[in-house]
Design a protein around this ligand. Sequence first.
Ligand SMILES: [Zn+2]
Length: 263
Amino acid sequence: MTTIIVLLIIIIVLAGYYLLSGKRKLKASITATHVVYKPLLAQHIPFYRELDSEAKLVFEQKVATFLAGITIEGVGTVVEDTDRVMIASSAIIPVFGFKDWRYQNLTNVILYPDTFDGEFQFEGENRNILGMVGTGYMNGQMILSRAALIKGFSRAAGRENTAIHEFVHLLDKSDGATDGVPENLLAHDYVIPWLKMIHQEIHEIEAGRSDINPYAITNEAEFFAVAAEYFFQKPDELKHKHPELYGMLSTIFMQDRAGESIK
Ligand SMILES: [Zn+2]
């Protein structure tokens, strides 16, 4: 009996030590990572550059934590640190207003050098040659084209950013349905006004009276992802041209992107 108790105590102590040292190692690697990625963030990510120094530090830590929990694989290409930083930033930008957010529905990002065809089981959209969020047996996977990834953070990006678009689909999907209504981010009372707004804006696009990418008329989910790209890429312009849409997206993402500095 005593032997069993002694053995049990030894096992508990060893397990505790093992867990603690594992956590410490992970923490150390996250800290190291965020130092390594700092110059790349400053060089490539306009969203990061606009943050104050305190918010920059939070962003760096979120990027490092995201990268520690995800596998990024290149198909026909080697994944560079710049790719990692751009992928992680695309993930963090839409959730930066939330205190703690984990993409529960993502384990792998697969990076293709350029466009790819949709021979996998992926959620349908015509622009799936640039980016896709997996469904069915590909659940938990995202495919991105590096060309589209890089373009989204370049001066030529305009209102578009494919990787942010795909991560917004994941956010939308986190309540169980990719339907343009992020139920766990939007108070119940806002759901009907939000859907009304989507349909009004779609009507404006169809009538040729909107500067929103016409891809948004595909369905509510695409509208949400396309409008979010605009919100994160050109907040001032969106606020000026579509104040109500800006207000709603600002509520959903808990970020007020317009103006000179972001808190
Ligand atoms: Zn889409």
